[in-house]
Design a protein around this ligand. Structure first.
Ligand SMILES: C[S@@+](CC[C@H](N)C(=O)[O-])C[C@H]1O[C@@H](n2cnc3c(N)ncnc32)[C@H](O)[C@@H]1O
Length: 187
């Protein structure tokens, strides 16, 4: 029996210049590791984060602004900090009028001088720097410089437990990948 009716390709196609599935997955994983999330915050999570800050006369600083889902919903006078050069460049393009700093959130907190509402998207899990961030937040909170802090996690584990006099999980946003728990802290 012959299989002449099957049209085999004349040669094995050269795929060396095309990304393989493994390369794509590796790219996605490295991007996840850098951003600390499967993808940027959904608009629903961003809205919850921005609303959680409420009306405040104090300045607002956003830590780990990423691609700006939350940034766009914060008051114009807010300051957003993003360390990654690519995301910083993106933020500068999308929000040319806003104050966006290409610096480290921990260093920023260590220099904080006046009471400031903090909105943080910096991950607490799988982030080797989170202990340093937590320590910096602890120092400025103790000095009365952070009246309110808002953040989110992908697990129902309080990332700043014991740091602020008041802490509460104020909701779970299921329209986010993965669903996220939103936390509010205050003095
Ligand atoms: C989960 S992502 C931000 C998600 C963001 N809400 C969005 O929608 O794109 C966390 C971001 O924090 C930034 N980041 C992590 N550690 C940082 C640090 N120490 N200082 C400043 N930015 C940091 C990462 O580069 C990343 O863009």
């Amino acid at each position: 029996m012959t299989f002449d009716f099957i049209n085999y390709p004349p040669a094995i196609p050269d795929l060396s210049s095309r990304p393989t599935a493994a390369m794509r997955i590796a790219g996605l994983l490295s991007s996840c590791a850098a951003i600390g999330a499967v993808c940027e915050s959904s608009r629903w999570l961003a809205r919850r984060m921005a609303q959680a800050a409420g009306q405040t006369a104090a300045p607002i600083v956003e830590l780990g602004a990423g691609y700006g889902s939350v940034t766009g919903l914060l008051p114009e006078a807010s300051v957003s900090i993003e360390r990654d050069a690519k995301r910083y460049a993106h933020l500068k393009t999308v929000f040319p009028e806003r104050t966006i700093l290409n610096s480290c959130a921990i260093e920023f907190l260590n220099e904080l001088q006046r009471p400031t509402v903090v909105i943080s998207s910096i991950p607490s899990v799988n982030n080797p720097e989170f202990a340093a961030l937590r320590a910096s937040v602890g120092r400025v909170a103790k000095a009365g410089l952070v009246p309110t802090l808002i953040t989110y996690t992908y697990f129902p584990v309080n990332p700043f437990a014991g740091v602020f006099p008041k802490s509460e999980m104020i909701g779970c946003e299921v329209f986010n990948l993965p669903p996220a728990f939103v936390w509010r802290y205050s003095c």
